[in-house]
Design a protein around this ligand. Structure first.
Ligand code: FMN
Length: 183
């Protein structure tokens, strides 16, 4: 049996009906078409506040699970809103927990900015800074804006619009290509 590469999907929003999570749920829906598996991370709300004193063995269970999820993934796709000009605190907290581990180092990572044109640049800029600091391999061509309004989120939490699905599929394809290494 062939094991498909796994893309870890990280949402920065805890909101029910989140447009950012909808992009990731869409990625999950289209992933089989590009021979990928996905894991939608659901531990954001359960992470403890980052404290360097706790960044030691034995790690808090939720942190160990986060790092294991990153370790097990061929690539990571982030979709996060912008709050007050930067990343949501909960998501920055997640990223802080990745700094002390080596799992994200050299890992292909991309983000989709689901905000309307002209919005969300602060979150993107912070993501670039923080992911760069962690040593993640930012897959630039896969870091794109795919605007998703609240009305576009279906009952299944994903986006049905074919153009959005096409663009999300392309993001996954680019991420997986980087994860596979040079052809
Ligand atoms: C507290 C708060 C602060 C926000 N600050 C910004 C901001 O600085 N820039 C921006 O473009 N949008 C801002 N927004 C709008 C959110 O980014 C936007 O509603 C986004 O769609 C939420 O993502 P979600 O649907 O995944 O929850 C803010 C929203 C909230 C609740």
């Amino acid at each position: 049996m062939t094991t498909l590469p796994v893309i870890l999907l990280l949402s920065g929003s805890l909101r029910v009906g989140s447009t950012n999570e909808a992009v990731l749920r869409t990625a999950r829906a289209v992933a089989p078409s590009v021979a990928l598996e996905t894991v939608l991370y659901d531990g954001l709300a359960g992470l403890p506040h980052f404290n360097p004193d706790d960044d030691a063995e034995p790690l808090p269970e939720a942190v160990a699970a986060l790092r294991a999820a990153i370790e097990g993934a061929a690539g990571v796709l982030v979709c996060t809103p912008e709050y007050a000009g930067t990343l949501p605190g909960a998501f920055k907290n997640l990223l802080d927990w990745t700094v002390g581990g080596t799992e994200i180092c050299d890992k292909p990572v991309a983000w989709v900015n689901a905000a309307a044109p002209g919005r969300g640049q602060g979150a993107e800029a912070t993501l670039r800074t923080v992911l760069g600091y962690t040593g993640a391999d930012i897959v630039e061509p896969a870091c794109v804006r795919i605007t998703v309004g609240r009305q576009a989120v279906g009952a299944d939490g994903a986006v049905a619009d074919p153009e959005v699905r096409r663009q999300v599929t392309e993001v996954l394809r680019l991420l997986a290509a980087r994860a596979a290494g040079p052809a």
